[in-house]
Design a binder for this molecule. Structure first.
Ligand code: BEZ
Length: 179
């Protein structure tokens, strides 16, 4: 079974895998629209993490696909289901390898649909950046999550205006803050 990661799974899968491929998922867009009351924020001050929203077929989301070892699969998915219990559900689709365009069918990924209780949706860029700058949770600062995602996407040569613009905005805000 293949698992597609488009958020923290890109740089921190936290499980052993058999193969890893850089891939693109077509027809979905990555957005910092999901509230995180348990990892990058708290229930009182939820951070912002990514989910996927359906988009026209020309839109693409670059991420990483992991081939899971059959015996470990159930254990890995149970751990991820627990970790992502704050609103994420399973979805499946085809992805294509960045290098070869080879299709990998029926890849599993997690999405947080708009009707889940932690969905925050869009907000002005500066507001989202301020929220990410101020939030911390048990998994660390929300800022680290954003910057590590932006770095990982840059390293893969991926384009993602939403992520890169948000990362620039937090850096702009930081540069205006007192040391
Ligand atoms: C990920 O692909 O990194 C991911 C995003 C949201 C929930 C679970 C995993």
């Amino acid at each position: 079974m293949w698992l597609f990661g488009y958020g923290s799974l890109i740089w921190k899968p936290g499980f052993a895998y058999v193969q890893k491929r850089e891939v693109v998922l077509r027809g979905w867009r990555r957005r910092f629209y999901q509230g995180s009351p348990d990892h990058r924020g708290t229930p009182e001050a939820p951070g912002r993490v990514v989910t996927l929203l359906p988009a026209p077929q020309e839109e693409r989301c670059v991420g990483v696909a992991y081939l899971l070892d059959a015996p470990a699969r159930e254990r890995i998915l149970a751990a991820l289901d627990h970790r992502e219990k704050a609103g994420y559900v399973h979805h499946r689709s085809v992805v294509h390898c960045l290098q070869s365009s080879e299709a990998i069918e029926d890849v599993l990924f997690y999405i947080a649909p708009e009707d889940n209780p932690n969905f925050l949706g869009p907000a002005p860029l500066e507001d989202m950046a301020r929220q990410i700058l101020s939030c911390h949770g048990p998994s660390g600062p929300n800022l680290d999550y954003l910057l590590r995602l932006a770095e990982s996407l840059q390293a893969m040569g991926a384009e993602d205006t939403h992520v890169f613009t948000l990362a620039q905005e937090v850096q702009r805000l930081q540069s205006t803050m007192e040391p």
